[in-house]
Write a protein that binds this ligand. Structure first.
Ligand code: NAP
Length: 263
């Protein structure tokens, strides 16, 4: 593993650190800086100072977007150090401007699943990032979930689908639970059935069964499923979900523009 620095040990930073430790990372190879050293000690790491990060191969920024400029202005990095930013809405061009000299850069858009090592992480690199930089970044992101390299122009859609998606999916799943309760089942039974049903559906779809194939498979003539599907379609569930992702993507774009104004 590369020698790395992590700035920010809050929600995301501490989740990443825990995953790295769980995956057997050598704590001696990770220098962690945060305004709250107790957060670092809780994870059995020794808090470092910003000037201890100057020799790192990878610098991971897990601070809020408006703190990035401040931390970068206090470190003298080696030109070969790759700067990995987790900050939502801060694009590579803006990161480049905040650095005193050109660096390989990786922008990451992670989602909440990283806490369990089941996140989705969209990544984009600048032109200075070579294959060895990319390899070492992918290596450190691997314990956090699935990494997918994309063009930056797709990040707003990723933010909506994978970033906000867990909240949308949770609302849909909760509605299944409420439906079971409305049908007379207890909360516990409903929850268990809803989770197992979703899990089984997901596995079938992942195994290659098509979306419509699955619907026709469980829709018997004049049966229960087609009656329920008719309600969902007539209430416009597809349109609502598509619209919610579209609007979240637009909002991500607006927030990116707003963060550009914060100098
Ligand atoms: N949380 C998520 O699920 C998630 C998902 C996608 C992207 N992100 C991005 O990840 C970044 C971190 O988010 P977060 O939710 O983990 O934030 P957070 O919980 O606020 O953690 C950031 C930590 O960095 C510390 N910090 C700020 N400035 C510092 C400095 N100059 N030196 C040392 N430490 C400093 C903060 O201390 P103070 O509290 O004193 O400021 C805080 O402990 C953000 O840019 C966010 O856009 C987060």
């Amino acid at each position: 593993m590369a020698f790395m620095g992590l700035i920010g040990c809050g929600n995301l930073g501490s989740a990443m650190l825990s995953r790295w430790v769980a995956n057997g990372a050598d704590p001696e190879l990770i220098k962690v800086v945060d305004n709250h050293p107790e957060r670092i000690r809780q994870l059995n790491f020794r808090p470092s100072a910003l000037d201890e990060l100057s020799g790192v191969d990878i610098l991971v920024l897990a601070v809020k977007p408006w703190n990035i400029q401040g931390v970068l202005s206090q470190i003298k990095l080696d030109p070969e150090t790759i700067v990995v930013s987790m900050a939502a809405g801060v694009n590579i061009a803006k990161l480049n401007k905040m650095l005193s000299e050109p660096h390989p850069i990786c922008r990451v858009m992670p989602n909440i699943g990283v806490k369990l090592g089941m996140g989705v992480l969209a990544i984009a690199f600048n032109e200075l990032a070579g294959s060895s930089h990319k390899k070492s970044v992918k290596e450190i992101l691997e314990p956090l979930g699935t990494t997918i390299e994309l063009k930056e122009k797709d990040f707003n859609a990723v933010t909506a689908l994978a970033g906000s998606g867990p909240a949308f999916a949770s609302l849909i799943l909760e509605s299944f639970v409420m439906g079971g309760i409305a049908g007379g089942l207890s909360y516990d039974i409903s929850r268990k059935l809803a989770f197992e049903t979703m899990q089984g559906t997901l596995e079938l779809l992942k195994s290659g069964v098509d979306f419509d194939e699955l619907r026709f498979l469980v829709s018997s003539p004049a049966g229960t499923t087609i009656a329920g599907l008719e309600v969902l379609e007539s209430q416009g569930i597809r349109g609502s979900i598509i619209q919610s992702i579209k609007i979240a993507s637009q909002r991500a774009s607006e927030l990116g523009v707003e963060s550009d104004k914060v100098e």
